[in-house]
Design a protein around this ligand. Structure first.
Ligand code: URA
Length: 250
């Protein structure tokens, strides 16, 4: 057991002195209860939050990055290309972070990072039903037949994709291209590009705009933020839900 201000200071969120101020401002909770004593002691399993963001264990960090194009989503690259680790601020560098799943080098948008292996498995494992929503700019004018096929499932490398939810956002006739929004629940390799290829379209630009409950919102390109405890818990709940999307995309 250790004093709560020591735990907060160890997590790098604030100095001990500042941690005391945070406690007095009632911004610190232990296991969901506001802390009102500077003398409180916490054990390794206690969940400490400041402003509802988990700070309790150095070993549990959950971040979301708005990945720009031109970055590999791994911790290193043998070809020396830029990786998402180049976008991680110093304060998070020693936490042993890994990306939750992958985005291609030329795909941008929402990618989570964590050092919590359990959480990772729940998000990317074969039974995870987390929805991933993409904006896809394709070459050509998409047909309703292609949209139906994408929704019902297409064959990629001998495997049928699960139902997806597809919305035609706009058609640009002068440039002969279409903007399509697709929500999928699996994470096959290059799944979105492959799905469009099967129905005869080349993906020109791909952006992931949502992972479960985490949207890009106003997170700038290349920017990172911590997930709140509420977001982490919601993601875990979502991962338990059914993988099958209904025709409304829910
Ligand atoms: N599908 C793809 O084809 N690429 C990505 O980066 C993500 C999903």
């Amino acid at each position: 057991m250790e004093r709560i201000q020591k735990r907060i200071a160890a997590s790098g969120v604030a100095s001990r002195r500042k941690a005391e101020d945070l406690i007095l401002q009632r911004r610190v909770k232990v296991n969901g209860m506001v802390v009102d004593s500077l003398g409180l002691k916490v054990g390794p399993k206690d969940e400490v939050t400041v402003d509802d963001v988990i700070v309790s264990k150095l070993s549990s960090l959950y971040l979301v990055l708005n990945k720009p194009r031109g970055y590999i989503s791994s911790v290193s690259d043998e070809l020396g290309r830029k990786t998402i680790m180049d976008l991680i601020p110093e304060e998070f560098k020693d936490f042993g972070l890994y990306p939750v799943g992958r985005l291609d080098y030329d795909t941008k948008g929402v990618i989570l990072l964590t050092n919590d292996g359990d959480f990772m498995n729940k998000m990317v494992g074969p039974r995870s039903g987390i929805q991933k929503e993409y904006l896809v700019r394709i070459r050509g004018i998409i047909t309703s037949d292609a949209i139906n096929k994408l929704q019902n499932g297409v064959m990629i490398n001998g495997k049928m994709t699960l139902p997806s939810y597809v919305v035609l956002e706009s058609i640009d006739r002068s440039n002969a291209s279409s903007l399509v929004r697709i929500t999928i629940t699996q994470g096959m390799n290059h799944q979105v590009k492959e799905m469009f290829k099967v129905v005869g379209y080349e993906v020109k630009k791909l952006t992931r705009i949502r992972f479960g409950c985490i949207k890009i919102d106003d997170l700038g390109e290349g920017k990172i933020r911590r997930l709140t405890i509420h977001e982490v818990k919601t993601l875990i709940e979502l991962a338990k839900k059914s993988k099958i999307l209904s025709s409304t995309g829910m």
